[in-house]
Ligand binder design. Structure first.
Ligand code: G
Ligand code: G
Ligand code: NA
Ligand code: MN
Length: 252
């Protein structure tokens, strides 16, 4: 598979980009930005992230990809801070990352090197981190949390979501997967799932972000249900760094 070698070279050459998608509160405040990788292959054009992330996962390239994304995102956070734009950035990490020894320490070292306060970094994990070695994962996440890094539970509702998982994971935010959000305004069952998830998360003291919000009606329903923030095309799609800077400035 040539794609793996091409991806490795693209990472070494700095040819993989990060785009940033805002998470916004109902009063309009910017709660954060999610970093999302974008790779334009010289011959094939844009490769969907799902595709090359799967390749990175199965080939052992994931730690390298995550290292690249963390490094690029933290350099960007430092640049924004220098411009007076203080916004937390969320980076997606895979279960493999969380289980690799020394991950928490490596993240702390990277934050220090970029002089970025730990509270400006959020790591988005999925419940899959608990499948392999739940205790080890919980220890790593506790270490990161103790350092001040915020943890977010991504894609909630799609995996092995349970109260046990929620209780075991030291997360401060829960993201409701867009598969439940998309039809919220027209499907009563989805609306119920979202309502129950909000109740549960709030009773555990978590902030809730709804993903994939595309229209005003869904936005209004989420606001009325007491959701804390939204992410989705209604607000903005993921944008290249310069466009994100302009977007942040226009927001004031
Ligand atoms: O924009 P979207 O197509 O970006 O992302 C597709 C999938 O890829 C999502 O599940 C998203 O979480 C994942 N993804 C995007 N960027 C990263 C990244 O930097 N690291 C990891 N592990 N996953 C990412
Ligand atoms: O797995 P994760 O939640 O990180 O994936 C985020 C994915 O959702 C990315 O592919 C991103 O581009 C996509 N996305 C973000 N906002 C919207 C939206 O409003 N609608 C849809 N359909 N996809 C979205
Ligand atoms: Na994510
Ligand atoms: Mn998600």
């Amino acid at each position: 598979l040539g794609l793996l070698g091409d991806l490795r070279r693209a990472l070494d050459a700095g040819d993989v980009e990060l785009h940033y998608q805002p998470k916004v509160g109902f009063d309009g405040h910017v709660a954060g930005l999610e970093a999302l990788v974008r790779w334009v292959h010289p011959d094939r054009g844009r490769v969907p992230p799902d595709e090359f992330i799967a390749i990175a996962e199965s080939s052992g390239l994931m730690p390298r990809l995550t290292e690249y994304v963390l490094e690029t995102a933290l350099a960007q956070v430092a640049r924004w801070r220098a411009m007076g734009l203080e916004v937390p950035v969320a980076v997606n990490v895979s279960p493999r990352d969380v289980h690799s020894p020394g991950f928490a320490g490596a993240v702390a070292a990277r934050l220090a090197r970029h002089r970025v306060p730990p509270g400006s970094l959020q790591l988005e994990i999925t419940e899959h981190v608990l499948l392999e070695d739940p205790q080890r994962a919980a220890d790593t996440l506790a270490g990161l949390t103790a350092h001040g890094v915020k943890m977010s539970l991504d894609d909630f509702g799609t995996g092995y979501s349970s109260l046990v998982h929620l209780r075991r994971l030291p997360v401060s935010e829960l993201k409701i997967d867009r598969s439940f959000v998309a039809r919220l305004a027209v499907d009563n069952e989805d609306a119920e799932i979202v309502r129950c998830t909000l109740d549960l998360a709030h009773s555990l003291g978590l902030l809730v972000v709804a993903e994939g919000v595309e229209d005003d009606e869904t936005w209004e329903r989420l606001r009325d249900l007491g959701c804390d923030a939204v992410q989705g095309w209604l607000v903005a799609a993921a944008m290249p760094p310069d466009e994100t800077t302009a977007w942040l400035r226009a927001r004031g």
